[in-house]
Structures are given as C-alpha cells and as structure tokens.
Design a protein around this ligand. Structure first.
Ligand code: 13P
Ligand code: SF4
Length: 311
C-alpha cells in the first residue's frame, strides 16, 4: 500500500479507472473527507447514492449507510473500506426482537431511524434520518400510533417536540451517550457566550442545554450562521473539520466527555475506515456489500417512503 502523496494519487487514479464515486460522512477523518467526491449527512448520502451514474460507490461511512446505498442502487458495486464499521444503534436492534415488538403492537406503524439493519428496514413502514424526521413525523396523522426505534434519544426528542407519545425502542448511540453534562457546564462557564449545537442522538441532559438541535448538516448550517466567535459542538468531533475549513477565523470546540475532552466521542466504527483501506477497497473492489433481493425490495419500500416524504 502506497503512503503519503502517492496514496492520494493512487486513490485518485483508481477512482477514475473504476469510474467510482467516493461518498463520505462528516464523521470520517479529515483526509477521507478531503478526498471524497461528496461529503454529507445520512439523507444527502442516500440521495447521492440513488442518483449516481458511477459504476462503483466507495462508501466511507458505516455499514448501514453502505447498505442503504446498495438498496437504492442495486446495480452498482458498493464497497465499504472496513466491513466491521457497524453502529451501536444497529446492534441494539436485532431483527427477530424488532419483529416481536411490532407483532405485540399491531395497531402501531414503525417509524424507524436509518441507523438500523436492512432486515429492520424491511420490517418498518417509514425510515427517517435526523434531518428528515421532523418533516416526516409532521405528515403522520395525530391519531396514528407509532413505534420509534432504535434510538430512544432521537425518539424522545421528537416525542417532546411534537408533544406526541411514541413507543420507543431502547437503543442508544454510544458516542452521543458519552457526553458529560457536568463537563459541558464547566466548558460553558469558560465560554459563556458560546452557543451549543447538539445532535438529537444526545441524551436530554445535553439537549436541554443546546441552542440548536439537528442533524450533522443542520449543525453545519448553524455553524455558518451563528453570531459570535466560539461554538460548542455536541456531536462526533470530526465534523469540526468542515467548520474550520469554512470559517477559519472562528473557534469550534467539541463538547467533552467525562474525561473533559472530546476524544471519547470519536465514533469507533467510523474510525475503522482509513485511507489505506479505501485504497485497497478501490483496488480489489472488496469488501463489497451484497443484499439478498427479497429483503432488499422490502427495505426499499420504507426507504422510498422516506425519500418521498422528506421532500
Ligand atoms: P446524520 O444523518 O445527522 O449525519 O447522522 C448520522 C449518524 O450516524 C449520527 O450519529
Ligand atoms: Fe452509530 Fe453513533 Fe457512530 Fe453514528 S456516531 S454511526 S449513531 S455509533
């Protein structure tokens, strides 16, 4: 595997040779974000994957995101640099348990966060991302009963905001769960004028202090617009790379975990993808996402509904 400038050049050469598009999430390391053709949130990446005319999608994100790309673009080769790049929310929701939960509540529809397996998508009615959840929930008649999974913090946030009861699956994101309210308040004392932007996967102890709550793309938009010189960012800290690029004169601080710094809020799954593994994946067209057609079609129904309803 080449190193340094050669590695960048080789990834670029392979991307052209393979007619590949490199899609990256904001939680990937700066080098991956910088070499990607497109960097986005879960909804934007799904839309890009559905619309691309490339032959290969090199997905730099976690597995449920690459699975989503394959569900929406089955004729493309979809590669993920590290197949072990999972997600604690997906792990919290085994399909057979989710099926039993649904069967126990037959009068409820399943509104499901995209951070789940293909099997769970196939068992769901409508998928949401953090950037589309509010728009989609607003279109569901108030009398309709809802199961929301797998993220109980996003579900709880929506439930409070819409004043609408939902049955919540008990999953959490281990990254957003690790923010410390005590340490956040200490930081806020140091920077009393700095607003806090938080992802809705954060627990209510963090959300309650936030000036803005939204998806990664929403937080980035807020970073472009806030007045002042310092912003506290309560989501995975690799997103700060985009903020520093766009607004080098401002100060962006990752919200702290219990140890007082933001390093424990690095997503360990996202971190499995590296430039070296991206190179190998483009070279070998492996590891490759494969999904059985029957399950793909069922999962596509709930994803298509999301794409329609998200507007
Ligand atoms: P976004 O859709 O806001 O990018 O969130 C994805 C994610 O996994 C957050 O942890
Ligand atoms: Fe999953 Fe959390 Fe990592 Fe997002 S940050 S991919 S929700 S574990």
């Amino acid at each position: 595997v080449p190193t340094g400038a050669d590695l960048l050049a080789e990834i670029d050469r392979l991307r052209k040779e393979r007619n590949a598009v490199i899609l990256a999430h904001y939680y990937q390391t700066a080098d991956i974000q910088d070499i990607a053709d497109f960097v986005g949130d879960s909804l934007e990446l799904s839309r890009k994957a559905a619309a691309t005319d490339a032959d290969v999608i090199a997905f730099c994100g976690v597995k449920f995101m690459a699975d989503t790309a394959k569900i929406l673009s089955p004729d493309k080769i979809v590669i993920l640099p590290d197949m072990d790049a999972g997600c604690s929310l997906e792990d919290s929701c085994p399909p057979e348990k989710f099926r039993a939960f649904r069967e126990a509540h037959p009068d409820h529809i399943a509104l499901t966060y995209i951070n789940c397996s293909t099997e769970v998508k196939a068992l769901s009615d409508v998928i949401v991302t953090s950037s589309s959840a509010e728009t989609i929930l607003a279109q569901i008649p108030p009398e309709q009963k809802i199961i929301f999974g797998p993220d109980r913090h996003l579900g709880g946030y929506l439930s409070r905001k819409f004043n609408r009861e939902m049955l919540l699956w008990p999953g959490v994101c281990i990254v957003h769960e690790a923010f410390s309210e005590t340490e956040l308040l200490k930081l806020k004392e140091q920077y009393p004028n700095a607003p806090i932007a938080a992802h809705p996967e954060c627990p209510p102890t963090i959300i309650d202090h936030a000036d803005y709550v939204g998806s990664t793309s929403g937080i980035l938009k807020f970073a472009q617009e806030f007045e002042g010189d310092t912003l506290i960012v309560a989501t995975e800290p690799h997103i700060i790379h985009q903020m520093e690029k766009a607004l080098p004169e401002k100060n962006f601080i990752g919200a702290p975990g219990a140890d007082g710094n933001c390093s424990c809020n690095i997503c360990p799954y996202m971190a499995l993808n590296t430039m070296e593994k991206l190179y190998v994946a483009l070279r070998d067209l492996e590891p490759r996402i494969e999904i059985e057609e029957g399950i793909r079609l069922k999962a596509k129904r709930s994803l298509d509904r999301m794409l329609e309803m998200a507007g």
